[in-house]
Write a protein that binds this ligand. Structure first.
Ligand code: 6PG
Length: 266
């Protein structure tokens, strides 16, 4: 039985407006979680798109840092390249330099993927760290309050790359994934059922190279082997894309407020 996903997309002309909107999305999700449950768990992606947002969240002259209850926040990673934190390709390393080292988040509130380890060992340790944090039994799935995703030119998200084994893993929380088409070919990633269990999942996508894959992901035929971002179908039935005008080029023009909606059958 196909289900309908309500997709909302917000399109920004200026990069700083896109970054501010993304920072606001994080703050809203964190504040809502802490108000409701006294704790917020977010999972962040790597790559270049979120870097200006991490810097903004840490900026004492911007409104976001003071709006986040850092003592109630736990930060996890959507995925990691299997390199040490000091490596320039490390997702944790980038977040540490731009965010973690600049905010009052206790070190043990950042649960990283140990990219320096053997991939399978790193995945198993990350999964057990998540299960321990959530006190999960059996096959229960952790529910993140916010999951921030990016999307590659090939339609991947997390480290769910086209034609890789991770696309077919539905039982584990995190797995090692071999991605021969990437320079850093070993990755650890959350699995797509975990991403879909999150209360708030949003993509941050910018740049002209993303217009074509985004158009195919949202408007094209169901083809998750080639376009793994199509696997992201939050159980809430809602999905938000924060875009710049270049990335949104193949989507229906948004309204005067920069917002558009799509109902997509999956
Ligand atoms: C990673 C990310 C990955 C990223 C996309 C988009 O480890 O690289 O988690 O999924 O979000 O590749 O990357 P950009 O933001 O650099 O375009």
């Amino acid at each position: 039985m196909a289900k309908k996903i309500h997709v909302e997309y917000r399109v920004f002309r200026q990069q700083d407006a896109l970054s501010r909107a993304t920072a606001e999305q994080f703050v809203k999700g964190i504040q809502s979680a802490v108000t409701t449950r006294g704790i917020a768990r977010i999972a962040i992606s790597g790559g270049s798109s979120p870097k200006p947002v991490f810097a903004l969240l840490a900026d004492p002259n911007a409104p976001y840092r003071a709006a986040i209850p850092w003592d109630r926040l736990w930060i996890f990673w959507v995925d990691e390249r299997c390199v040490p934190p000091e490596h320039p390709d490390s997702n944790f390393g980038a977040a540490r330099d731009l965010l973690l080292d600049r905010v009052p988040l206790a070190p043990n509130h950042a649960i990283r993927i140990e990219g320096e380890l053997d991939p399978e060992q790193a995945a198993a340790r990350y999964e057990s760290a998540i299960r321990k944090h959530y006190r999960l039994e059996g096959a229960k799935v952790p529910v993140f309050d916010v999951v921030q995703l990016g999307m590659g030119d090939d339609g991947h998200c997390a480290s769910l790359f086209p034609h890789t084994a991770a696309l077919h893993e539905v039982a584990r929380v995190a797995i090692a994934n071999h991605v021969p088409q990437q320079k850093q070919s070993w990755r650890v990633t959350l699995t797509w059922p975990v991403i879909n269990a999150a209360r708030d999942v949003f993509f941050l996508i910018d740049g002209p190279s993303k217009a074509d894959p985004l158009g195919r992901v949202l408007l094209g035929p169901w083809d998750p082997e080639t376009l793994p971002s199509q696997l992201v179908q939050p159980q809430t039935g809602r999905l938000l894309f924060l875009l710049d005008t270049a990335a949104a080029a193949h989507l229906p023009a948004p309204g005067a407020d920069g917002t558009g909606t799509l109902e997509i059958a999956r």
